[in-house]
Design a binder for this molecule. Structure first.
Ligand SMILES: [Zn+2]
Ligand SMILES: [Zn+2]
Length: 348
């Protein structure tokens, strides 16, 4: 099987078929076995990714049929990539590993590393003992983040050992420790160094980011701002992690908020236009574009707190292009910075 056509909405149709039938019947109807490691995560539920892809092909165009496990080329990893390219979250989970091989925990996310570094720097003089309450608390916290991000719970997921190891890795990166003639562990990954370099010199930013993540955790899994439906391929994850990224996107797409912001802007300016480039959808597209504009939340993400009310003054009106450019790479641009780019390049 080489090429096939599949759309995001077809994947959602396959997901709802899965929900209706239940896992067992869905898999047996199409001849799939249970996934071992790659799971599509949607609205906090787990789906066998390859089976979903095979069935999604059926929904993608009127003349297609579902493809079975042997017709889909490239194995589970390939199916995962296809689904990710459509904007879905696919996680490689250790919990589904039934083959007896050594289960590996998923790589640490930016969010988790921020919590660990914040902890490390708070205890920079002396890292608490592995059996201490403080380490147990950190492990609980990081584990909760990992699960909010869609990782299956397991006995080893962000347990005390894993968390302690991470702290030792930060110690290796700590120039203070090197000066005192001690050495941390020599293992570690690139992300730790990236997070260290970004945040260790700006502890206020780090502390605020960690607080924002903790506030999000305190909301629990029931809060609607946490869903992976807010992970979008065209939005680069903020430097402060995925949870605050989701919170940002959730806030600025709130229908009620967008409607009141538009109304207030219209009242103040007489028409809707992009605050970065001046684009006016109605002027450009006529009736079709009337009332169209996007909202961007201008507060830095590390100052966002779960559950707090968004003020209209924190929102800016942006056209679809400008909004994409703001979020296309981390760090995200301020509206003012985008305006400067446009001004420098085009004189307006
Ligand atoms: Zn614009
Ligand atoms: Zn935005």
């Amino acid at each position: 099987m080489s090429k096939y056509f599949v759309t995001a909405s077809a994947v959602r149709s396959a997901i709802s078929e899965f929900d209706k039938k239940g896992r067992e019947r869905f898999l047996s109807d199409y001849g799939f076995g249970k996934a071992r490691s790659y799971f599509l995560i949607y609205r906090r539920k787990k789906y066998d990714s390859k089976a979903i892809l095979g069935v999604a092909i059926k929904y993608s165009s009127p003349n297609s049929r579902a493809l079975g496990p042997y017709e889909l080329s490239g194995g589970d990893a390939k199916a995962a990539t296809t689904l990710r390219n459509l904007g879905f979250t696919v996680n490689k989970l250790s919990g589904g590993n039934e083959g007896g091989s050594k289960a590996r925990n998923p790589a640490w996310s930016r969010d988790e590393l921020i919590l660990a570094l914040d902890f490390y720097l708070k205890h920079r003089e002396r890292t608490p003992d592995k059996r201490s309450k403080a380490i147990a608390e950190l492990s609980r916290e990081v584990n909760a983040v990992a699960r909010l991000l869609g990782h299956a719970p397991s006995a080893t997921l962000r347990n005390v050992n894993g968390v302690y190891m991470k702290l030792m890795n930060f110690r290796r990166l700590d120039p203070d420790v090197a000066e005192r003639g001690r050495k941390g562990l020599t293992r570690g990954n690139k992300d730790e160094a990236v997070v260290w370099n970004k945040f260790a010199g700006d502890q206020q930013h780090l502390r605020q980011s960690a607080d924002a993540i903790r506030a999000r955790l305190a909301e629990g899994a029931s809060d609607e701002a946490g869903g992976d439906e807010f992970d979008e391929p065209e939005v680069a994850e903020a430097e402060e992690g995925r949870l605050v990224t989701r919170l940002h996107r959730w806030r600025e797409r709130s229908r009620k908020l967008v409607a009141s912001k538009k109304a207030a802007f219209l009242k103040a300016h007489g028409r809707l236009y992009c605050e970065a480039c001046g684009f006016d959808f109605e002027q450009r597209y006529g009736e079709r574009g009337a009332g169209y504009i996007e909202c961007h939340h201008t507060r830095p993400v590390h100052t966002l707190r779960a559950g707090e009310k968004t003020k209209l003054a924190d929102l800016a009106m942006l056209c679809a292009n400008c909004h994409r450019m703001v979020h296309a790479r981390a760090p995200w641009l301020k509206v003012m910075e985008l305006r400067e780019i446009l001004y420098t390049r085009h004189g307006r």
